[in-house]
Design a protein around this ligand. Structure first.
Ligand SMILES: [Zn+2]
Ligand SMILES: [Zn+2]
Length: 319
């Protein structure tokens, strides 16, 4: 999987856009749209590529970086993500990314704009969603939802995503459009599943959170979750890891995820969990969060419980 990312391929080689047209991830350097869809003259040189001369000691630094960014939230992840889909596409194009997945919280509303922007820049669009998962039975449901990252591998996978979104609103809506385990299993065709962020069932089973106390979380509990998912999704299930050294739970979870990968053979995939496009936009995410709950919480209040130290975007440069 890591090799595939370096080569700029999606895990399932998703090739079809919403229009059924084959997308190719070529010419990422030609990204020219600004956040409002206007042509702009931004820097063509990928921001992460150093300009130092190649040396025998460190030849890789001068090679153009190729990567696929598989977990993004635009402004359509309401009151959480910032910037329109075209800005996310443009930023990944600037960084020489060959493909990008938009995975909004619980909806697919950004996908048409996303496909249009991707077509213009040559970045391959991968259509995905971050589902809210949990019990939907009125006796057992709760406000706490687990997150799960889902990508469409092909047109059949996109239909599965649409089925899941529809059912999440019609049968599972409780505070959020919610998908149950049985809904997932019944609509799994054509999907690639990444285990999810620090709000996922796997992550919280390993280190706690979302109703699981740290004492009852364990490697063994996480191992059971990973194996259950693998039984349902087979080789289309991947362990998602994120590089947030600022977050204590992530520092504890990542070695455990690596161990599950070693012991089960389930491959790992690294994502950025982008919620905006540049580090400075972190401030705007705080403002969006403070608008939730009718504006009763200030950014300062939220900072106490939210890990704002982690930048949810690609780094501005590699230095
Ligand atoms: Zn999440
Ligand atoms: Zn996310």
């Amino acid at each position: 999987m890591a090799d595939q990312i370096q080569r700029g391929e999606s895990p399932g080689k998703a090739k079809l856009g919403l229009t059924g047209r084959i997308q190719r991830g070529e010419s990422p350097g030609k990204a020219k749209l600004d956040a409002h869809g206007r042509v702009c003259a931004h820097e063509d040189t990928p921001a992460l590529v150093r300009k130092d001369k190649p040396s025998r000691r460190n030849p890789r630094l001068t090679r153009p970086m190729r990567f696929v960014s598989l977990h993004h939230h635009s402004t359509y992840s309401f009151l959480d993500g910032f910037q329109l889909p075209e800005a996310h596409v443009r930023r990944i194009g600037e960084l020489n990314g060959t493909a990008l997945a938009l995975t909004e919280h619980g909806n697919v509303m950004s996908h048409v704009k996303f496909e249009q922007a991707a077509k213009d820049t040559g970045v391959k669009p991968i259509f995905g969603i971050e589902l809210y998962c949990g019990e939907i039975d009125p006796e057992r449901r709760s406000q706490l939802k687990n997150h799960l990252t889902i990508l469409a591998r092909n047109p059949e996978g996109y239909l599965s995503i649409l089925q899941l979104v529809t059912r999440s609103y019609q049968e599972g809506f409780y505070y959020e459009p919610t998908v149950s385990g049985s809904m997932l299993a019944a609509n799994k065709r054509g999907l690639v599943v990444l285990s999810g962020c620090n709000g996922s069932l796997l992550f919280t089973s390993l280190v706690g959170g979302k109703g699981i106390s740290p004492e009852s979380a364990s490697l063994q509990r996480g191992m059971g979750v990973a194996q259950r998912f693998r039984r349902v999704f087979g080789d289309q299930y991947f362990l998602e890891v994120q590089a947030f050294p600022e977050l204590e739970t992530t520092r504890r979870a990542n070695p455990l995820l690596a161990r599950i990968s070693r012991e089960t053979g389930i491959p790992m995939v690294a994502t950025l969990d982008c919620h905006y496009t540049m580090p400075t936009e972190n401030e705007l995410q705080k403002v969006l969060h403070s608008l939730r709950n009718g504006g009763k919480s200030t950014p300062e209040d939220l900072s106490k419980s939210w890990g704002y130290a982690a930048e949810l975007c690609p780094p501005a440069n590699d230095r």
